[in-house]
Design a binder for this molecule. Structure first.
Ligand code: IPM
Ligand code: MG
Length: 355
């Protein structure tokens, strides 16, 4: 349990309550808490203390809230709260980030897009998470010919591209059998190799339809016709951007869970993953009991499914969320007129009741 900053502690508390209830006596879970991000900077001086990374490696799964906030915004790059996330992702080898963006029927009105455009949207963004421009070297801020310059490196090896592509094709096999691979192959060499590699992997999946799409076009297609997408396969940076956009189709980024998986296995022989809401720390509403806990709750469902092999329990959580939404339960981020306006704990109670 890594609650982190801002609304992180509120939403992870909600998720733990759900896990305890749904696990019950059949799946008794043990939780260990640790500080990361700004909370860790304040208490230990670093965003990701070595002991926390070690503890995360020993856990069967990690549930994270969110990290960051204005208080730490002026810190230099290496000391920022966000480094905790990057350190955990890299340290645990979690190269595959799965971000499902599913538009609940009862929430179509919450979307900023027209109902007929978003109804039925069900997208899985498969984002590469431990490579690309986030980690590439050289990087830095230097002085060059009398001017300060900032630079980063977008770099992927063929094996890195292949393993993430496989995750996307495997996922598509269990869904609607279509992968849209997103790149900028009209400009970037790294994208040209990405496109070539993804096409090569695709030959092993003749049952899956593969479409290549430039990232600018994808950004446009997502709001024009989101129903054309099933699995979106993309790089770390493009995935960061497109998953926020996909999230907003659903009405609120407060609804979206994520799973980060690698090749590491836990004590059950299942993927040792990290689970976190796609949303951030929302400093403006932190501590006010207004945060939508559903992204964290749905993240705990993914945790049950992927890291604990409890698919039935995961579905129960997801169904409970769906029922609460159908009954009109809304936190303020997804609120409309004439519905039950819930606080964080009221929403949590409502889901607990429906479990
Ligand atoms: C995300 C976030 C992170 C990222 C930040 C907080 C480092 O935006 O998980 O999408 O860019 O990966
Ligand atoms: Mg992001």
């Amino acid at each position: 349990m890594l609650p982190g900053d801002g609304i992180g502690p509120e939403v992870t508390t909600a998720a733990v309550r759900i896990l305890q209830k749904v696990g019950g006596a059949d799946l008794p879970l043990q939780f260990e808490m640790a500080v990361v991000g700004g909370a860790a900077i304040d208490t230990t001086g670093v965003p990701l203390p070595a002991t926390v990374l070690k503890g995360a490696k020993k856990a069967d799964a990690v549930l994270l809230g969110a990290v960051g906030g204005p208080k730490w915004d002026s810190l230099p790059h290496q000391g920022r709260p966000e480094q905790a996330l990057l350190g955990l992702r890299f340290g645990l080898g979690l190269f595959a980030n799965l971000r499902p963006a599913h538009v609940f029927d009862s929430l179509v009105q919450a979307s900023t897009l027209k109902e007929e455009v978003v109804r039925g949207t069900d997208i899985l963004v498969v984002r590469e998470l431990t490579g690309g421009i986030y980690f590439g070297t050289p990087r830095g801020i230097r002085r060059r010919a009398g001017k300060r310059v900032g630079f980063n490196t977008e770099i992927y090896s063929v094996p890195e591209m292949m393993r993430i592509a496989k995750v996307a094709f495997e996922a598509a096999r269990r869904r609607r059998k279509k992968v849209v691979s997103v790149d900028k192959a009209n400009i970037l060499e790294s994208s040209m190799l990405w496109r070539e590699t993804v096409s090569r992997v695709a030959r092993r999946y003749p049952d899956i339809e593969l479409v290549h799409m430039y990232v600018d076009n994808c950004a446009m297609q997502l709001v024009r016709n989101p129903l054309q997408f099933d699995v979106i396969l993309t790089t770390n940076m493009f995935g960061d951007i497109l998953s926020d956009e996909a999230a907003m189709l659903t009405g609120s980024i407060g609804m979206l869970p994520s799973a980060s998986l690698g090749s590491g296995k836990n004590s059950l022989g299942l993927p040792r993953g990290m689970y976190e809401p796609v949303h951030g720390t929302a400093p403006d509403i932190a501590g006010k009991g207004l945060a939508n806990p559903l992204a964290a709750i749905l993240s705990s469902a993914l945790l049950l499914r992927y890291s604990l092999g409890a698919d039935d329990l995961a579905s129960r959580v997801e169904e409970a969320v769906q029922v609460v939404l159908q009954e009109g339960g809304r936190t303020s981020d997804i609120g409309g007129g004439g519905v039950k306006r819930f606080s964080t704990s009221e929403m949590t109670e409502a889901v607990l009741e429906r479990l």
